[in-house]
Design a protein around this ligand. Structure first.
Ligand code: IDP
Ligand code: MG
Length: 140
């Protein structure tokens, strides 16, 4: 069993596909073990995407991620990290495989509906970021 963090980003919430995205995870055998709706402060968006802080799109990305409510969740299952990444599709929807969430719903490489942790270390950091007790970004 493995745990990973996914986030339905502001564009996914605005497009009314929260249920659709979660349904795809559930149909793939993943279990939702934590879930909430929250809004990120700029500081919390910057902290979450810290690894990208030198990238040219960092400012735009954090602005996008603070543009509306998001739905972070912890998903559990066999090979959960890879399963979620496969269901999401490539970062750029133009490159995403048929039938993936990003291919079906994303508008751009930035507004791409969904986040998924990319490794066990990032999954541990990211699940704690939203659902741990020790971070100001866990919200309520
Ligand atoms: P991932 O979400 O597929 O793991 P990352 O490379 O980790 O992709 O990038 C994190 C997020 O930053 C992406 O999901 C997307 O929202 C945004 N992003 C990535 N590359 C670009 C870019 O070239 N322009 C604008 N936004 C980008
Ligand atoms: Mg990533």
């Amino acid at each position: 069993m493995e745990r990973t963090l996914s986030i339905i980003k502001p564009d996914g919430v605005k497009k009314n596909i929260v249920g659709e995205v979660i349904s795809r995870f559930e149909k793939a055998g993943l279990k939702v073990v934590a879930l909430k709706m929250t809004e990120l402060s700029t500081a919390c968006a910057e902290g979450f995407y810290e690894v990208h802080k030198e990238r040219p799109f960092f400012g735009s990305l954090t602005e996008f991620m603070t543009s509306g409510p998001i739905v972070p969740m912890i998903l559990e299952g066999d090979d959960a990290i890879k399963k979620v990444r496969d269901l999401m599709g490539a970062t750029n929807p133009a490159d995403a495989a048929e039938g993936t969430i990003r291919k079906d719903f994303a508008d751009s490489i930035e507004a791409n509906i969904v986040h998924g942790s990319d490794a066990p270390e990032t999954a541990a950091f990211e699940t704690a970021y939203f659902f741990g007790k020790e971070t100001e970004c866990a919200g309520s």
